[in-house]
Design a binder for this molecule. Sequence first.
Ligand SMILES: [Mg+2]
Length: 261
Amino acid sequence: MIPSNIKALILDMDGVIWKADAPIGDLPAIFKRIRERGLKFVFATNNGTKTPEEYKNKLSELGVEIDESQVVTSALGIAFMLSQKYPQGTKIFMIGEEGIKNALQEKGFEIVEITNAEEAEVVVMGIDRGINFQKIAEATLLVRAGKPFYITNTDRTFPTPRGEIPGSGAWVSIITTATGIEPIVAGKPFPYLMELSLERLGTKKEETLVVGDRLETDIQAGQSVGCPVAFVLSGVSTIEEAEKWNPKIDLIANDLAELVK
Ligand SMILES: [Mg+2]
């Protein structure tokens, strides 16, 4: 199904590789096939809760061996973006989990505790399964006070085996509603993660296929940088939505296994 000019894949994870912890298809066989075809690949995910090492280990448990450098997360994206704008030691108030915390600390930023939130110069937000009213209130106060507001991604929901639960975008909407201020976004559909992925792959955009299950993030991001795009039906968006999508989607498959057949 994949055209012969394609040399590399940029793969989404949730809804393409797995749903929560349940693998979608026979992953070892799928990646054996990808390697046999000589396709390079990176994973690009808006989910910034895990580090590349944790994703490497999760994939290894599912029988797929990769290098850490093959994972690009929105947490890495946001840390890289900020490192180009702010000096090391800049104080950041963060709503998020380990993945984003590690990425920010690796770039030399200081994460302020909630008790010292007032000292923050920048606000960063991603999905946080320990979110609470106090965190939201502090972030709102800082954003209203004019501190720059960065978020990992705008995904409204997050897929689980039982259905969709609130994603980063749903939580961010509380702060945008309370402040009237829109954040700067690192993840898909904005092009930054795609550009980082292309840099890691070393392939041209025309020969790099972006694979995803969500139209308004994965497909839009791929199209925005000029890559061909493949939509899989194993995740969030539906075939009806995909057929209406403009510009037209290059490839549509039931899942990754069918795509690489
Ligand atoms: Mg997805």
